[in-house]
Ligand binder design. Sequence first.
Ligand code: SF4
Ligand code: MSK
Length: 630
Amino acid sequence: MSHEALKFDKIAGPLIEKAKQDGAETMWDRDVAMKSRCGFGDKGICCKICNMGPCRLSPVEGKGAQRGICGATADTIVARNFARMVAAGSSAHSDHARSLLHTLHMTSPDGDYQIKDEAKLLSLAKEYEVETEGRDIYDIAHEVAEIGLMEFGKPFGTQRFIKRATEGRQKLWKELGVEPRAIDREVVSIMHSTHIGCASDMESIYALTVKSALSNGWGGSMIGTDVSDIIFGTPTARQSEANLGCLEENMVNILVHGHEPGLSEMIVFASQDPEIVQLAKDNGAEGINLVGMCCTGNEVLMKHGVRLAGTFYQQELAVITGALEAVVVDVQCIFPALATLSECYHTKFIATSPKAKMEGARYIEFDEERALEIAKEIVTEAILNYKNRDRNKVLIPQEKNKSTVGFSINTIVGGLDKVVNSNVDQLGTVKPLADCIMAGVLRGAAGVVGCNNPKVAHDNSHLTIIKEMIKNDVIVVVTGCAAQAAAKAGLLQYEAKELAGRGLKEVCERVGIPPVLHMGSCVDNTRILRLVTEVAKYLGVDTPVLPVVGAAPEWMSEKAVSIGTYFVSSGVDVFLGTVPPVTGSARFTDYLTNGLEDVYGAKFTVNEDPVQLAQAMLDRIEEKRTRLGI
Ligand code: SF4
Ligand code: MSK
């Protein structure tokens, strides 16, 4: 096998070889079988919106079919396809938030879900204009949940959280007519306007796209982060470990994978229950080892320090270790292939969400009304499966790395307070961060986020870019699978400061932080959005002025397209390491990579070479500094 992954990843090679011997198929086999991707789909010029098609336009301008049967041009078709990707991505993230709001609505003092961060709830209640004086905290929570749920379908008005943006952004969005309305409505708008015979004007389709993306960034995802913190607690700095070396030889290994925290939170509690732990011991194990993957992994990592088994691309490798008693999944980023793969081992593949029933999986439906009970049922199933583990089929890699995680805005601001002279300056602000950037101690900040993608060597793009940033005194914040790549490589440890430039290293030493800060799951990209906004507000500028960039070096999901779009629309340049399916329209590609700057003050840059992409990010940061006169 000559796949890129084998060149970079020490763990992947032996496990892929083992899979071959075990007769198990992996994504790398399917990648080879795919031969090449569809050239039309790759360029975004295939349309199957109506049954007069599918229409495939010629990728060569002036030669072959230049329009679909209805007359749609490449510009229209590419813009429509892009819009539908964003609508799907916004839906996934926002539906996650909707589930959390329903959970908030059922919190009670003696139930499975309670309020962990009262201060955050009260602050949100104030923002939502909910009466709090003399009221029971759970009454307040339920009213806040109802108002939050209205953000999805309210017939009038715009997203409440856009008031959290800079004045400049709010004014611009109003002028452009892209203020996001109800979250569901913006998705419906895209589905309607991209129906056969509706919008064909490329820029107007993009404006609808922006509205849906903003309804995610400044709506669904932002609600998701806030509500998750309210119910499960706002993350604080804590120690953990990452990589497949976190699996244990003599324990019941359970992997939680997906995106929503409702079930995984309960599995954390169930696996700590003394009776359940005893059951594991009675079945010959030393205990229960819970590990996480993808954003469900990030949720339990940030809130409980549960160790990370790995990133998106390692989901099959985790099963191939032969050491997993159960893979428990909720929604999003779960390979359907896990069902067949698990059959090659003793692993139970357990699906739990009606939104993501998986063919071939054991299905135990999660019901928040019986949350802990169901979690115990799932953990018990894993324990009873321990005896079926075939020791001859076990290969647990040794690799793992220590990491410090839990960098919510509260954690970051709290850390920065250590360098504030409280006789002169107020505590609890982003002033020290802004001062460091303005003084040039830090040249800027970069958010590195997103998935893995077999089109590039796994983790290599994430790590190349992160290392280049910190070497050049750019502080890095990470989420999603990019954060997990950094964790596995040891970049979330304080000691990683040795890889940083002089300025960043000094900041790390004075504040006591690593140079790369894990801010959470993909939904928690809104923490980055808010941090950037707070710095802009503190400096009295709009976001595009700041030497701040975002990157998704190995992105693959539709959610990433929604995230990229809301960041650019919020004035933050976005650098992509895999090419979006838009190149079939030179006009639309130019609009994304140049034209947007005139409208939003930020744009997309695309380059599959991570070294060049990192250089482009650094150049942009320096360009912004020059424009700022610093
Ligand atoms: Fe073809 Fe137009 Fe139908 Fe798309 S909408 S499939 S371009 S006829
Ligand atoms: S889990 S969306 S692979 S980051 Fe959020 Fe990772 Fe991308 Fe899923």
